[in-house]
Write a protein that binds this ligand. Structure first.
Ligand code: FES
Length: 135
């Protein structure tokens, strides 16, 4: 006996829901935010390339320098499913989980699947030292 259209749709829906749950769970496992420092962090201004940025390992932050002397701070949590962005390349902040990209200028989405930008963080400069903290 062939399955009815309703039975087929029900099965497809269940498989889709399972796949989505697995993908999100995988991201959350990857993130492991228990070891991430959310408090202020410091980095040398010279360590943040002009036209690029630096992911501050062990923290929840990324600092970019879109133009010489202008620093921007963002929270590393990808708004798509919670992975941590982990690279800055070709003017974009990259999420390793599903390929979202965010602009180094203001954190807006330049490539999905994320539909919103990165959260902003506050960057202050004292001499050659940048301090970044949650806003
Ligand atoms: S968590 Fe999916 S693209 Fe970042």
């Amino acid at each position: 006996m062939s399955p009815t259209r309703r039975e087929i749709l029900r099965t497809v829906g269940s498989v889709t829901a399972l796949a989505t749950t697995s993908a999100v769970t995988g991201c959350n496992t990857f993130q492991n935010s228990n070891d991430v420092h959310t408090g202020p962090a410091t980095v040398k201004a010279a360590d943040v390339p002009v036209g690029g940025g630096t992911v501050i390992d062990g923290t929840n932050f990324v600092i970019t320098q879109p133009t010489k002397g202008t620093f921007k701070g963002f929270v590393r949590v990808c708004p798509h499913a919670g992975c941590q962005v982990d690279k800055v390349h070709d003017g974009a902040i990259l999420c390793p989980c599903h390929g979202s990209k965010f602009a180094i200028t203001d954190g807006h989405v330049t490539q999905g699947p994320a539909t919103s930008g990165l959260g902003k963080a506050t960057v202050t400069q004292k001499g050659e030292t940048l301090t970044i903290s949650g806003s």
